[in-house]
Design a protein around this ligand. Structure first.
Ligand code: HEC
Length: 126
């Protein structure tokens, strides 16, 4: 009897830990979480007519603009941050000379994570 009861213990522990981990994962929204990061770190160069926007075509003035991407096409692949140029650049996973924000200190780990989660969760207009 004792042996059977003990065998269940790891299962209970693992499922409890998974519940804690899942409830702790936040769901960032475009308006509340992502937009403020882009406004703070990218707008100075990526609003229409600014250098970053005219050179690359990438503008951060609206959800539609960021989903449109650059002159060459989208920089966000909904559902996959790792495949998204936007994430690769802000996460410092590209060549240091092209990381964003351009020539400035990287955005915080927390902000990078917010963008990653938002893209992985579908990059919705939420
Ligand atoms: C100090 C100005 C500046 C800031 C701040 C800045 N950028 Fe840029 N960004 C540029 C310039 C300039 C280019 C064009 C680079 C080129 O084509 O030579 C660019 C290009 C880009 C591109 C296109 C890259 C490509 O491979 O086509 C993306 C995407 C981008 N920026 C995203 C961002 C994001 C996101 C932020 C904020 C976290 C940001 N940028 C902040 C200046 C800036």
């Amino acid at each position: 009897m004792m042996a059977i009861r003990h065998a269940y213990l790891p299962t209970i522990l693992v499922s409890t830990l998974m519940t804690i981990a899942c409830s702790g994962e936040h769901k960032p929204g475009y308006t509340a979480d992502v937009r403020p990061i882009l406004d703070k770190h990218c707008a100075e160069c990526h609003m229409p007519d600014m250098e970053g926007a005219t050179k690359s075509g990438f503008q951060v003035d609206s959800y539609a603009s960021i989903m449109k991407g650059t002159k060459l096409g989208p920089v966000i692949v909904p559902g996959s941050a790792e495949s998204s140029t936007l994430y690769i650049l802000v996460a410092g996973k590209a060549d240091p000379t092209i990381n964003m924000p351009h020539g400035k200190q990287a955005i915080s780990a927390n902000e990078i994570d917010t963008i990653r989660l938002w893209i992985d969760q579908g990059a919705m207009d939420n």
